[in-house]
Write a protein that binds this ligand. Structure first.
Ligand code: GRF
Length: 192
């Protein structure tokens, strides 16, 4: 078998409903480059786990998301790790094992509007309160801190004067669903 023939094995970490996971599953379904091979959550009730199971992808919930050994075991033979709405800090031992091969999507234009506690509606409220005229989605490499790793891709969207946190979140989420699959395929090309 020639090197690189098999798709890159992608593990996705989730905490929420999983619309980014759904976008990734759809984008990679026929891809020779990358394939979602497992989904892992810190919350057994996360809607994203149901999306994975309906797509025939193995899905597990962690007993202790701070336990590096448990997470490494759950990641198994994954070659690329994607945080898609995962709200826990990844243990340092796991970050170092996947340095340069673990990415996160954030619903704002980092380095602004990121960091501990900056997730969901809080992000969009902060963007609106700042008077910013644009927002967007960011994909970055994961390191030992929330939302601080090297930025590898962004997609900007306008902030409209009549925006609410909900309407801005919806516009940013559409950009996320375009940006994340694109960045996963780009990283898979680099890894192969
Ligand atoms: C997304 O906005 C993502 O950027 C953020 O959490 C949200 C998750 O949404 N980190 P979903 O679970 O993928 O629908």
């Amino acid at each position: 078998m020639t090197r690189g023939a098999t798709p890159v094995r992608v593990a996705v970490l989730v905490s929420g409903g999983g619309t980014n996971l759904q976008a990734l599953l759809a984008a990679l379904r026929e891809s020779p480059l990358a394939r979602v091979t497992r989904v892992i959550s810190n919350r057994p009730e996360a809607g994203a786990l149901g999306r994975a199971r309906r797509s025939g992808v193995p899905a597990t919930a962690l007993r202790d998301p701070d336990d590096a050994a448990e997470l490494l075991a759950a990641l198994g033979d994954a070659q690329l790790v994607v945080l898609a709405g995962y709200l826990k800090l990844v243990p340092a031992a796991v970050v170092s094992r996947f340095r340069g091969r673990m990415i996160n999507i954030h619903p704002a234009l980092l380095p602004d509007f990121g960091g501990p506690g900056m997730y969901g509606q809080r992000v969009h409220r902060a963007v609106l309160a700042s008077g910013a005229t644009e927002s967007g989605a960011t994909v970055h490499l994961v390191d030992e801190e929330f939302d601080r790793g090297e930025i590898i891709g962004q997609e900007k969207v306008p902030v409209i004067p009549t925006d609410t946190p909900e309407s801005l979140a919806a516009r940013v989420l559409e950009a996320e669903h375009r940006l994340l699959p694109r960045m996963v395929l780009e990283l898979a090309r680099r890894i192969r």
